[in-house]
Design a binder for this molecule. Structure first.
Ligand code: AMP
Ligand code: ZN
Length: 491
């Protein structure tokens, strides 16, 4: 197998993956803040982390992958300005924070499942119980803060603050650090450096927060950056292999996590990447959308469910993500999503046929067979900093290749799919055909009309056949002829 090369945002270079613990890969992915539904941009971050995890499994590493749920501490501004996102939403909805967190955590998990994102893994085994919920680690957060406070923190009326001048190379990860802290930090009276941040936020006197805990610094709640340091360190051990998140986290959240980790590990310069707590920091670029529908404050924002309501299978969105490199910005458009769906349908159509014809004995040919060399090419592309767009073409080349015996070819395709994650062992074209929410016609009615149309065509009664096609078209159904596998339609 080819060496796995990954882009490390900390060193800004492509590095060969060398595990900290031989044979193992330990990965931490910053999870969602569960104050609202995730938008599809958020889900790009988890599709990326999923492909990374699947690639590490493909390479034979025993994967431990932590994905957290942030149910406390994330303010409306990534620095110390604004309100707690969870408290704010709970007040708006007049519900308890715990109910808000439960509802949106479950919504996130539903999207994870729909996109075939493997959940957290402990020692290579996915398990729903592995999700790490921030509020389950409050005691550990207090212990961590206590350990670093004497040398690295100072107390103000509003909380316990981390003094970024106490660690080496603060902000190395961020692209644009200035003395102003990118103008990003609000003016908390008494802060020593603009970039200092709260690791514990005290409940203001006379107030009662829904989520607050006793601590040596008074009643309050942990800072968001503290959570990830604590869960990463506790569950994976410092230093672990890879830390991931969206590109926005490269600027504030991750530099702050790194500073805490350095303090906790009593580690110096970030020239030794392991001092940051993780050897490799990876960031996915953003999904962007011109009309602003990505904003959760927009009325009809781009959630996975909106895509489904409009008749797009979630895996079409997975395909859309995989077509782009994770480090490139990806523009969302409905046309792009349609093209991704069509591409996926073509793949599924070919695989469905093979599935019918292949014998169950699954064995992949050795490297000198056609599928063996195609798998080698596939491995090369994902080893090149997870180049999924090239890997997808390798899959399609394998589909088009007629040289191998069908069972061998089928086995090879399924092997590639363990990384791409479409579930090609089961997925059918019928699964991909989703009725838009506002459709005027049921699937049974469509199937019935198509049966009548097929019968008419068999009798060469083209007038009837055309009339049925027009009737369907009036209801938004496009009958697609010329499909050798049967009759297809599209709403
Ligand atoms: P949040 O729930 O706000 O903490 O975000 C969850 C994840 O989504 C984080 O890793 C963010 O960096 C990432 N993210 C936010 N917006 C986008 C976007 N438009 N495209 C890709 N990733 C995003
Ligand atoms: Zn985080």
């Amino acid at each position: 197998m080819t060496d796995l090369k990954l882009f490390n945002s900390l060193t800004r270079s492509l590095e060969t993956f060398e595990p900290v613990h031989p044979g193992e890969a330990r990965v931490y992915t910053c999870g969602p803040t569960v104050y609202n539904y995730p938008h599809v941009g958020n889900m790009r971050a988890y599709v990326f982390a999923d492909v990374l995890g699947r690639t590490l499994s493909w390479k034979g590493y025993k994967l431990t992958h932590v994905i957290n749920i942030t149910d406390v501490g994330h303010l409306t501004d990534d620095a110390d300005a604004g309100e707690d996102k969870m408290e704010k939403m709970a007040a708006e909805k007049a519900q308890s924070i715990w109910d808000i967190a439960k509802h949106y955590t479950e919504a996130y998990w539903a999207d994870v499942k729909a996109l075939n994102i493997r959940g957290p893994m402990n020692k290579g085994v996915p398990d729903a119980a592995n999700w790490s919920i921030a509020t389950d680690y409050i005691e550990d957060m207090i212990d961590f803060a206590k350990a670093i406070a004497p040398e690295h923190c100072y107390e103000l009326d509003s909380g316990l603050y981390f003094d970024v001048s106490t660690v080496a190379d603060y902000g190395k990860l961020a692209r644009a650090v200035t003395d102003e802290g990118e103008g990003r930090i609000d003016t908390v009276e008494g802060k020593r450096n603009a970039a200092d941040f709260a690791i514990w936020r005290k409940t203001p006197p006379g107030e009662k927060r829904q989520m607050e805990w006793d601590s040596p610094w008074g009643k309050g709640a942990p800072g968001w950056h503290l959570e990830c340091s604590v869960m990463g360190g506790k569950l994976l051990g410092f230093p672990f292999d890879i830390h991931t998140g969206g590109i926005d986290h490269r600027e504030i959240h991750h530099p702050n996590e790194i500073a805490q980790n350095q303090a906790f590990c009593e580690c110096g310069s970030l020239d030794d990447a392991a001092c940051s707590g993780a050897r490799i920091w990876m960031h996915n670029n953003f999904l962007v959308e011109r009309s602003g529908k990505m904003s959760k404050s927009a009325g009809e924002f781009l959630r996975l469910q909106l895509l489904v309501d409009k008749g797009y299978h979630p895996l079409a969105y997975r395909m859309m993500c995989l077509q782009a490199h994770y480090r490139s910005e990806l523009e969302f458009s409905w046309e792009g999503l349609q093209a991704a769906l069509t591409r996926l349908k073509r793949i599924v159509k070919a695989v469905e046929q093979l599935r019918r014809e292949a014998r169950p004995a699954l064995a992949i040919g050795p490297p000198n067979t056609p599928i063996g060399s195609l798998i080698f090419g596939f491995d090369e592309s994902i080893s090149d900093d997870l180049n999924t767009s090239v890997a997808l073409t390798a899959l399609e080349r394998a589909i088009a290749d007629k040289r191998d015996e069908k069972s061998v070819k089928f086995a090879g395709l399924l092997k590639m799919d363990t990384v791409l994650g479409f579930g090609l062992d089961k997925l059918t074209r019928a699964d991909l055909r989703i009725r838009p929410k506002d459709a005027q016609i049921t699937e049974a009615e469509i199937e019935d009309a198509l049966d009548r149309r097929q019968a008419a065509r068999a009798e060469k009664d083209f007038a009837t056949s055309d009339a049925i096609r027009d009737e369907l078209a009036a209801k938004g159904v496009e009958a697609m002829d010329g499909d050798p596998l049967g009759w297809e339609w599209k709403l």
